[in-house]
Write a protein that binds this ligand. Structure first.
Ligand code: F6R
Length: 240
């Protein structure tokens, strides 16, 4: 695992954008694994500016997002599909038909999950996966548990995650308690993974990510088994 420590969140965004843009520059038809949440927003903004300036193009890229609230329609303003459109896709030249987010309305989430994983494989696998990290070490919505799930699946959110995400909703009761999420194997298959972490609230989770232990009670620690993961953290997340 390579670790890059940055002065602040803006520097994290710049470092992440550099690595992400290099991937797209080297392989214009890259398969992109994308995350929502507040952490990658700065990186998306830089990439959108680079696209506007003609430095990189996403027109031949495909993308797969990590997760979606369940049940939630893609048109809902708190859905991750909506988030991706507003924060990234609407500002770049990617063909939206080539962008996928797990279906938050799937009647049969298990079948949807199997199809989603098969679609990623059929696209050639994710070339670069962007991850944030939860305060409890979750990646995507793989929450700490005794057993983690391999493929894309329906899951329940922990109290910690519901509390953390309540800031995006009018009130805590509005936060969906379930989500459809890529599983650990789906994530670990990505060729390159960049995990972004900013702010003191992420320090405990990041600290465990940087010791030599692996535990399902901090799902991010499984990334230590991945051959090409880069952690980009600001000083607050790194030092606490
Ligand atoms: C979002 C996702 C989540 C977030 C995590 C951190 O697609 O998969 O795991 O990355 O909850 O969220 P922020 O960046 O808002 O602190």
């Amino acid at each position: 695992m390579r670790v890059i420590v940055c002065e602040n969140a803006q520097e994290v965004a710049k470092e992440a954008a550099k690595i992400f843009a290099a991937q797209v520059y080297m392989k214009p038809n890259s398969v992109l694994g994308l995350a929502t949440g507040s952490t990658p927003v700065g990186m998306y903004k830089i990439l959108a500016d680079m696209n506007k300036n003609g430095e990189i193009s996403f027109k031949d890229c495909k993308s797969f997002n990590l997760d979606e609230y369940y049940p939630l329609a893609p048109t809902h303003d708190q859905s991750y599909r909506y988030f991706m459109n507003v924060n990234f896709f609407d500002h770049i030249d990617i063909d939206k038909a080539n962008t996928r987010v797990p279906d938050g309305l799937a009647e049969d989430p298990a079948a949807m999950g199997a199809e989603y994983d098969a679609a990623i494989d059929a696209a050639g696998g994710v070339d670069i996966q962007v991850l944030g990290i939860g305060q409890n070490g979750h990646i995507a919505f793989n929450e700490p548990d005794e057993k983690l799930v391999a493929g894309t699946h329906l899951t329940s959110l922990t109290e910690s995650t519901i509390n953390a995400n309540a800031r995006f909703f009018e009130k805590k009761e509005d936060v969906p308690t379930q989500a459809v999420t890529m599983g650990m194997a789906s994530i670990m298959k990505a060729k390159t993974i960049i995990l972004l972490a900013t702010g003191k609230a992420k320090h405990d989770a990041v600290k465990e990510l940087l010791d030599d232990k692996i535990t399902t009670s901090n799902p991010a620690t499984l990334l230590k088994l991945h051959p090409n993961t880069i952690i980009i953290a600001d000083k607050d997340a790194y030092n606490g």
